[in-house]
Structures are given as C-alpha cells and as structure tokens.
Design a protein around this ligand. Structure first.
Ligand code: QV4
Ligand code: CA
Length: 512
C-alpha cells in the first residue's frame, strides 16, 4: 500500500512534465483564436507533415460575450461555465478537431481558465458563448453550477476586492485579478467542478493543459486539482500517461511569488526568456548575441526540464501581462525570425511557437489603444476562417508565423537535433555567433552591422548541406544557399549584414 501511494505520488509529480508529444516532435504552436475546423485542417495539411508536436488552443469553455468593445479576444478569459462552445466552434467541432489532429500525431493542449469566472461587472443574462444564463452580480453560474459560496471574496483583504499589491501573496491569490470573480479552489466542490471540466477534455483526447493565471492560485490547490485528473485516452497515448501541465506564472523577478513554487507540480512558462532574448536581439542596454553563450539556467532561468519557452505570447505581443517593450513579435519580422531560430536551435526548455492575427495597432505613448481587438471577424463578430494562399501563406488577416519557411524549417531542425548537446560555440565578441547541436545541426547568426566572414566549426560530417533559412533541400538540390563542410567539420561562412535573413542553419537531413 505504501509503495502504491509512493508510486502514485511520483507518477503525479513527474509525468506532468512530459509534453506527451510523439517521439521526434519537439515543439508546439499556439494557434491563437483559431476556429476548431481550421485547426483540424491545419493539423492534417501542415502541422503533421512538418513535424509539429501539438497545438495550444484558445479557451474552449463557455465565456461571456462582450460587445463593448466589440468581441475582444479577452472575453474568452472570462468563463461563465464549462460547456464547450466558444467563438472557435461547438463541442462537436472541438471533438472532431481533437480526433483528426491526434490521428496525424499532432496533440492538443487546452488553455484552462480555472482561477476565476467573468468580471464582477459582467452583468446578468444570456450574453454568453453557448447562450447559458448567468448573473455576475450575485455570482450565480447555474450551468456549473457555482453560487456565491464558491468564491473567495471573504478571504480577500483589499478595499476594492481586487488585487492591489503584487507584493502581498494573499491578495494575489485570494483577491480578484482585474475584477474577475475569484474561485475558492480550496473547496472540494470547486476542485471537483474544475477537474471534471479538464477530465472531459482528457477523455476527448487532449494531451495536456496550459493553466491560466497560476500565480493567482495556491500551488497546493493546483496540485489537488491535477491529482484528480484522468490518465490520457489510451486510444492515442500509452496507458498510464499523465496530462502535460504547463502553468502560466509571470515571474520576471521582484515579486514574492516565484516560478519555483510551481515547478514541483508541472512545467512553468519562463517569461524571462522572451524578455531577455528581446533585449539581446534588439541590442538594447549593451546586450550582445555573444552573451548568449551561457543562455538558460546561466541567465537565472528555471531548470530547463521545468520550462516552457517562447519568444512572445498572446498577452505580451500586445502589451498585456508583462515582459515590456523588448518582446519581439511578427511586427518586427527580421529580428523575430532570428530570435525564433535561436530559440528552436537552443536546447533550453520545451518550445512553443506563436501564431497570430494582424490587428490595427494604434500605439500612443507606448501603449496600444487597440490591444483588445479580437481575431479577424465578420460583421456579427464571428471569427473568419483561415484561408491559405497559393504561396502557402495565410489570408484573411491571419499571420501564420508557423508557416514562415524560416520558422517551419527550424521546427524541423529542432526535431533533427533532439537530444544532442550544445557544442562548438563561437562568437566574435559582438553579435556574430554560431553553435552546433552535437554532430546533427549547426546555426550561425550575424546581427552585427558588418559582414560575417569566418571559418567555423560546424560539428557536422563533411559534405554539402542546404541552408534551411534561405531555402531547403528539395528533390536532391538546394532551393537556397549551400554550405560546404570539410572533412574536419569546418566551413567557410560569409553572411552580409544586409541579407534579408542574416543567419543560416544546416542539419543532418539537409545534407545533399
Ligand atoms: C475592468 C477594470 C478593472 C475592474 C473591472 C471590474 O480594468 O479595474 O476591476 O473591470 O469588473 C478584461 C479587461 C479589464 C477588465 C476585466 C474584467 O481588459 O479591463 O477589468 O476584463 O472585466 C486577459 C486580458 C485582460 C482581461 C482578461 C479577462 O489580458 O485584460 O481583462 O483577459 O477578459 C497578470 C496575471 C496573468 C495574466 C496577465 C494578463 O498574473 O495571469 O496579467 N495572464 C492571463 C492570460 C490573459 C488573461 C488572464 C490571465 C485572465 O494570459 O490573457 O487576461 O484570465 O500578469
Ligand atoms: Ca485566485
């Protein structure tokens, strides 16, 4: 018996760090605000064939529908219940997506909002994504059901009922995050309802969760909820597989709540990663690419096997959350591609690629006045489909960074070099760097204002390789640049600082 309990505990606490991706698939993509039908199609036509491991989806739970402003993206972070209809589609479409993606080896990670329900000012009525009635004024959410007994207000010690001071741990966890009605997760009943919701999704075939707003929940409560989760569906996953858990905790330092309080129960989003990489790529505060030699734990990040990493996310690409001005996004395409390539080539963390939509930015004094704008939509607020152009890019306002050749090919690179050590580091003391992943892949970047011209150790066996940034290997030839590696592993490399993409990558599978 004791052994069994021990085994269960170990199972619970360790398995949740495993992304459950198919072997050889090492990155997921956040298809922010995509419709389920479009994700299903994308899994089959693009993500599966290109080696993506999975998709983080926007919250599938029933949420408030906000019309002032007009259908903002953030309405989905205000649940009013756990029915599965949202702006992305209904339950049947969700189920169909999970099945079709799983069948091509691309797994689904659900954004689970369990810290709170809608804002206190959400009113009452049926302005919700499945049309269910709710009343925020008296905290009545009949579809769950939750009543005023299931919220934290009694425990919150601020005058406004909102979080006012992030230095006070009790406030951060027991008060309302921007007015959002805060669930009492220490209650067995609330743990039951939230885990039932997650279990329904697990049974449908999802592989894990991004858990929203974890800083605002007690680690012990989260651990209790995770402990109730089912094993993954054995139709697609080995028996005994635990759901992958990655928790949103924004820890940039300077607050009493740290990531390390959560790394015991699941992975955690490493927000320092994108903020610091942004500074380096932008060359702000005297930062240089050569400083990346000890990137990872050496920069004060959490342990690699606990980290979920990304250059930008749906919040910080529009000034929400934290991270600040340094965050690079698709709006700065040239440095963005460099940053994403570095992330995908570097062994630290489990990687997530961002995939966005374009919106009408209106930045006044550093703040985007249009940070609320929802996905490309029709007049009635319904989300527009993702269309695919003849050249493989996306239409209808969808950016599809994951389809940019440089980014897609670097996902392939990460799969090819999986498990290889970080080696053969070189830098010029400034912004020219290169490194290999064992003898399987090599990346070189020139972010200086002058040419890179050097003979570098690639770590790779001699031969001719196709650069997968300017092109790729196609029917036995390179559509872009070629790199000749000598028998000693060295290659003579020149990259002008005025190149469209001033970096190159080659790997074992891009060899001619
Ligand atoms: C307004 C006022 C409040 C007032 C309240 C009264 O601003 O002062 O108390 O009304 O009801 C939206 C609005 C916000 C509004 C709130 C409640 O922007 O102005 O409050 O709704 O009606 C997203 C958006 C938020 C949005 C929220 C809910 O970013 O702007 O709030 O969805 O719709 C911290 C957290 C971190 C969080 C990050 C943004 O530690 O956990 O802030 N990140 C996650 C998600 C994020 C989401 C939430 C958490 C909440 O990634 O997208 O917030 O689920 O750093
Ligand atoms: Ca809370």
């Amino acid at each position: 018996m004791k052994l069994l309990i021990l085994a269960t505990l170990i199972g619970l606490s360790f398995a949740q760090f495993n992304p459950n991706t198919q072997s050889g698939r090492t990155a997921i993509v956040h298809l922010f605000e995509w419709r389920w039908a479009d994700i299903a199609a994308e899994c089959e036509r693009f993500l599966g064939p290109n080696g993506f491991g999975g998709v983080q989806i926007s919250p599938p739970s029933e949420s408030i529908v906000v019309t002032n402003p007009w259908h903002p993206w953030w309405q989905r972070y205000q649940p009013i219940g756990y029915n599965l209809c949202s702006r992305s589609g209904n339950e049947n479409e969700l189920r169909d997506m999970i099945t079709r993606c799983n069948n091509v080896g691309v797994y689904i990670y659900v954004d689970a909002v369990i810290n709170h329900m809608c804002g206190a000012g959400g009113g009452s009525g049926t302005h919700s994504s499945c049309g269910s009635y709710f009343n925020a004024n008296n905290k009545d959410f009949p579809t769950v059901p939750y009543s005023n007994l299931d919220f934290n207000d009694g425990k919150c010690n601020t005058g406004s009922g909102n979080i006012e001071n992030y230095q006070d741990v009790n406030q951060v966890r027991n008060c309302r995050l921007v007015g959002l009605l805060d669930l009492a997760l220490e209650k067995d009943y609330v743990r039951g309802k939230t885990s039932d919701y997650m279990n329904k999704l697990i049974d449908m075939g999802v592989a894990g969760f991004r858990v929203d707003a974890c800083k605002h929940m007690w680690p012990g409560d989260l651990s209790a909820v995770y402990g109730r989760l089912h094993n993954l569906n054995t139709k697609w996953f080995p028996s005994g597989s635990r759901p992958f858990i990655f928790q949103e905790v924004i820890d940039l330092g300077g607050e009493p709540i740290t990531s390390s309080e959560y790394t015991g129960v699941g992975r955690v989003t490493e927000f320092k990663y994108g903020a610091k990489l942004g500074n380096v790529i932008r060359k702000w505060n005297g930062e240089k690419l050569s400083f990346l030699k000890n990137w990872g734990e050496g920069w004060g990040f959490m342990p690699s096997d606990k980290a979920l990493v990304f250059t930008d996310n749906h919040d910080n690409q529009r000034g929400h959350g934290a991270g600040g001005a340094s965050i690079v996004t698709f709006w700065d395409a040239r440095i963005y591609k460099m940053a994403v390539a570095f992330m995908l080539a570097h062994p630290y963390g489990f990687t997530r690629v961002m995939s966005s939509y374009r919106w009408d930015r209106n930045i006044v004094n550093g703040q985007d006045q249009n940070d609320w704008i929802g996905p490309p939509s029709n007049g009635d607020g319904s989300t527009k489909p993702v269309t695919i152009n003849a050249d493989g890019t996306c239409g209808n306002g969808w950016v599809c960074e994951h389809r940019w050749r440089q980014i897609t090919n670097m996902v392939g690179f990460r799969n090819v070099v999986n498990g290889q050590t970080f080696s053969n580091w070189w830098d010029n003391g400034s912004n020219q760097i290169s490194f290999s992943r064992g003898n399987r892949g090599f990346l070189v970047i020139n972010n200086d204002d002058w040419e890179l011209n050097a003979t570098l150790n690639t770590g790779l066996p001699g031969g001719t390789y196709c650069d997968i940034i300017s092109g790729q290997k196609e029917s036995g030839r390179c559509t872009g640049k070629q790199v000749t590696v000598g028998g000693d592993g060295r290659a003579s490399i020149r990259i002008s600082n005025s190149e469209e993409d001033p970096f190159m990558a080659i790997h074992a599978d891009s060899k001619l």
